[in-house]
Ligand binder design. Structure first.
Ligand code: T4K
Length: 378
């Protein structure tokens, strides 16, 4: 095989989807004319409507980012005590519990989906448990039926961190319809974004009212402040960008679907490399991330070796999600964080590698990335 040359420009794990600049400046002109920049303006209202339709959910409440949205979700459901969650996620997931004075209790994950292992949740429930906070990691749906069944039996709330799951559907139903509340992140690195932003989706009008109060300092009207709220508002400029970006989601998703297929084709037969889970026919995926797992014993090199090798070629893959949240200094003293309690997550955390995935990559770029992985000296 001929020598592989490094990429001339850095290849990152992702790049934001950007609309045409004129589309944004046109919208900015409207906003400038209106002098209405934030606090539930027209762009905000229209984006909530657009997203309700796009995500096929009853109610949407927009936020300035996904983390604040999730903090408010816990407040809105009055969660307290212990909440069972996953260690295999971004730092924000357990941190929102800490910000609500709730103890995160880490439950091990499923070997195949990398999501919370729904069969292990029940054994972790105590009289202090108020909810389950599950994550549809990399857009793969959790076992929503089993989680709801356990939650119903014990009277627990279910909150989904759906930061990665924009546009995912199960049997034609938007993923935001499961559990009490789901949170979506609209960060720049997501398939759909508003630069920074997020949303809570839920099925109950009273809950929407409470969430919307909580994200606006608890201000009901000029004379009444009815609860200790926070500032979680999305401004008009980001809301306007969000409305433009909705037009780009399908095309971006289609490009990523094709790139997924190229990765699968190139890496499918490599011993020691495990591909993303097959979600089944009834799931509409979003192809946001492309994640592999490298079994050092079979592949001959570790995840870290492959990560380092890719860097030599200017490819900046990411070890999402290593370290596990249970390894953070703020959580590792918890009983549930002990390695023997999280055997599957601890293996996955050492094997997982997120490879570059964004619509501007070409099939040849992906083939070259795979060639570098396969050529890693073993
Ligand atoms: N729950 C879960 C499961 C999450 O994954 C996240 C966020 C949240 C909750 C919280 O939602 P938000 O509060 O963020 O709405 C990135 C994102 O910042 C973060 O939103 C995301 N998860 C996480 C998985 O990824 P970092 O620290 O890895 O991002 P960073 O800055 O290293 O960016 C990654 C790559 O993207 C860069 O190497 C290059 C590229 N990039 C990034 C930015 C910001 C660009 O090309 N342009 C850019 O503007 O966290």
């Amino acid at each position: 095989m001929s020598k592989i040359e490094p990429f001339e420009q850095n290849i990152y794990v992702t790049r934001p989807v950007l609309p045409k600049l004129e589309e944004v400046t046109d919208k900015l002109q409207d906003i400038w004319m209106s002098k209405w920049l934030t606090n539930n303006g027209p762009q905000h209202l229209m984006l909530e409507e657009d997203l309700t339709e796009f995500l096929k959910v009853p109610y949407v409440s927009l936020f300035n980012n996904g983390t604040i949205a999730l903090i408010v979700a816990c407040q809105s459901l009055r969660l307290q005590g212990d909440v069972i969650t996953t260690p295999f996620t971004f730092a924000a997931t357990p941190h929102v519990l800490s910000w609500n004075n709730i103890n995160p209790i880490f439950c091990d994950v499923d070997e195949e989906t990398m999501n919370i292992d729904a069969d292990k949740i029940e054994s972790m429930i105590t009289p202090h448990t108020s909810a389950i906070l599950a994550v549809h990691v990399f857009g793969t749906p959790c076992n929503v039926e089993k989680i709801q069944e356990v939650a119903d039996r014990y009277g627990l709330r279910v909150v989904y961190d759906a930061a990665h799951a924009f546009g995912v559907e199960i049997d034609g139903k938007g993923i935001g319809n499961f559990g009490d509340i789901s949170m979506f992140s609209f960060h720049a690195t997501k398939l759909y974004h508003t630069v920074e932003g997020g949303a809570l989706v839920h099925g109950n009008k009273d809950l929407k009212q409470r969430i919307d109060l909580l994200k606006n300092f608890g201000i009901k009207n000029e004379d009444e402040v009815v609860m200790p709220g926070i500032n979680g508002k999305l401004d008009e400029i980001r809301a306007a960008i969000g409305r433009i970006m909705l037009k780009y989601v399908d095309a971006e998703q289609e490009k990523r679907r094709k790139l997924h297929a190229v990765y699968n084709e190139e890496l499918g037969d490599v011993a020691g490399i495990k591909l993303m889970p097959n979600c089944g026919e009834n799931v509409k995926r979003n192809y946001q991330y492309y994640v592999i797992r490298i079994d050092e014993k079979v592949f001959g090199k570790s995840r870290d070796d492959v990560y380092d090798e890719l860097k030599k070629y200017n490819v900046y893959a990411r070890k999402y999600f290593h370290p596990l949240c249970s390894e953070f200094t703020c959580y590792r003293q918890l009983n549930s964080s002990r390695v023997e309690n999280l055997p599957v997550a601890n293996v996955i955390g050492k094997q997982v590698l997120s490879l570059p995935m964004y619509g501007d990559l070409t099939a040849d770029d992906v083939k070259k990335i795979c060639a570098i992985i396969k050529s890693t000296d073993r």
